[in-house]
Structures are given as structure tokens and as C-alpha cells.
Write a protein that binds this ligand. Structure first.
Ligand code: KIV
Length: 289
């Protein structure tokens, strides 16, 4: 199946679709895990732009508009400065560029931690502006009342435990979590609290493998691993990391391509042709009839 299609400029929607497909839903994703078993692992990648969404969509169950866009797109030092407006605009672009995957948008730091009411206002703004199917927020037991509040009011929530990048200033860095008994117990308690509160899935990030497996076995909803374990119910990576856009990536990232090198060599060739006046050539210039 072709993975590219046009955006209809009058509706800004992916149109026509390569094949008429019904977009996956949050309940459909949630029920992929039945009685502790996920027969077909859930595939998730980050997406930030319409074109990126077009290319990923047919292959993914979920597209995550991650607040990692702070570093990946905006060159920020962490996810802390990311705003609700950034998430809403990129979320809308990814929804416009997709027709198949369920699109989930990250709640940025500062937009939900204060109270369930603050979280509802932010999450509803994100869903209205983007058309996404649900939101993701970081934090465990402390966020469980918020997860229940949103879920009971019609907003599907994906949790995120273990290494939670928005808490980098408390954690002191991005090292793997769960190496001490206290950390392992906390990750397990956080995941169970989110599950009980109604999270439809939980990202388990940067967690030592035995704890990731134990969490996956302990919760009823699907776990989505990143730097965790192949035995999670699904996996997510930052797309730009797995495509090889950056020189340095965490060790849990597998590079499936090296597009930074392709871009650099294409740009080098272009620059040389501009400088020796071989671009534009006859094929790229207009002549009078
Ligand atoms: O922001 C993000 O991209 C994420 C994933 C890495 C899980 O939260």
C-alpha cells in the first residue's frame, strides 16, 4: 500500500486515503490487551508534522505528538518549556496528515499538575484544537485522581511512568529508573494507580527490564515500552531518533536509517552545483515558447 497521499487543501484532511480505513480508536487499542495478553504488540511512534504523519500512519497503531518536539523540532534544552499552543498546533497537523492511527497528544509541563480542573481545561483545549483521540500525561499515583477525573468526563488518558522527562529537574537527569527497591516499588505503585484510575495505556520509559515486565504483568491496560522491554504490550520511539537524525541517541534507541547523512550529502551536492552554476540546469529552467 502506498503510504503517501494528498492533503485536501479545502478541508485540510488526508484525502483521498490510499485505502478507505477506519481510524483506530482508543477503546480498540485498550482491548488489544485481554486477560493480561496482547496478541499483537501495539506500534507507536512520535509524529510532529503532517508530512511525517503521512509517512508513518499506515504502519502505526498510534501516533504520539510527544512533547519531545521541544528538543526535536524547537531545539529546546528539555521538554519543560513546551507550551499548550505548540502541542495544539502540532497535534492538529498530525491529525490532518493521518487517517488510520489513533493520535495522542502530550500534555505539556505546567498544563495539568495543579488540579484535575486545570488538566480538564488543558486537555479539552488540546482535543478541540487538534481533533486527537486522547492525551498523555506524566506521573503516577499523584496524577491518578486527575486521570480518573478526565476519563470520567470523556477524555482518554495515557499514563507515563518510570523516567518522566518533564521531571528532569527533580530526577537530576535521564538515567534509567528502577535499579533500587524503592524506585522499583514506586514505579509499580504508580502504574497500578494509573491503571485503577482508568488510564487506557501506560508508557513505561527508561525502566530496568525486570520491573518493566512486572509492571506489564501487574496492570490490566497495555504498557508501551521505551527503553524498557520487548515484553511490554507495545513499543514507542522518537521517530527522529530511530531514523538517524541525531548523532547522539540513548542506548535503547535502534537506528533503522541514517537520514542525517543522506540530508548532509544531498545539501553538499546542491551547494556545489549552485556554486559552480550547474544548478538550475535545462530541466529546471523555463524558456520562452
Ligand atoms: O514526548 C515523547 O516523545 C514521549 C515518548 C518518548 C514516550 O513522551
Amino acid at each position: 500500500m502506498s503510504t503517501t497521499f494528498n492533503l485536501d487543501t479545502s478541508t485540510s484532511r488526508a484525502n483521498p486515503t490510499p485505502q478507505p480505513m477506519k481510524r483506530l480508536t482508543v477503546p480498540g487499542i485498550r482491548t488489544r490487551k485481554q486477560d493480561g495478553v496482547t496478541a499483537e504488540p501495539i506500534v507507536m511512534l512520535t509524529a510532529y508534522t503532517a508530512r511525517q504523519a503521512q509517512l508513518l500512519d499506515a504502519h502505526c497503531d498510534m501516533l504520539l505528538v510527544g512533547d519531545s518536539l521541544g528538543q526535536v523540532i524547537y531545539g529546546l534544552p528539555s521538554t519543560v518549556p513546551v507550551t499548550l499552543d505548540m502541542m495544539a498546533l502540532h497535534g492538529a497537523a498530525v491529525v490532518r496528515g493521518s487517517y488510520h492511527a489513533a493520535v495522542i497528544v502530550d500534555m505539556p509541563f505546567g498544563s495539568y499538575e495543579e488540579s484535575p480542573a486545570q488538566a480538564f481545561a488543558s486537555a479539552s483545549t488540546l482535543l478541540k484544537a487538534s481533533g486527537a483521540a486522547g492525551v498523555k500525561l506524566e506521573g503516577g499515583a499523584a496524577m491518578a485522581p486527575t486521570v480518573a477525573f478526565l476519563t470520567e468526563r470523556g477524555i482518554p488518558v495515557m499514563g507515563h511512568v518510570g523516567l518522566t522527562p518533564q521531571a528532569v529537574n527533580v530526577l537530576g537527569g535521564y538515567a534509567a529508573r528502577g535499579r533500587s527497591d524503592a524506585e522499583a516499588d514506586k514505579i509499580m505503585a504508580d502504574a497500578k494507580a494509573l491503571d485503577d484510575a482508568g488510564a487506557f495505556a501506560i508508557v513505561v520509559e527508561g525502566v530496568v527490564e525486570p520491573i518493566a515486565i512486572a509492571v506489564t504483568e501487574a496492570v490490566s491496560c497495555p504498557t508501551i515500552g521505551i527503553g524498557a522491554s520487548a515484553r511490554c504490550d507495545g513499543q514507542v520511539l522518537v521517530t527522529d531518533d530511530m531514523l538517524g537524525m541525531f548523532e547522539r541517541v540513548p542506548r535503547f534507541v535502534k537506528r533503522y536509517d541514517n537520514i542525517a547523512e543522506s540530508i548532509a550529502s544531498a545539501v553538499k551536492a546542491y551547494a556545489a552545483e549552485v556554486r559552480d552554476r550547474t544548478f538550475p540546469g535545462p530541466d529546471q529552467t523555463y524558456q520562452p515558447k
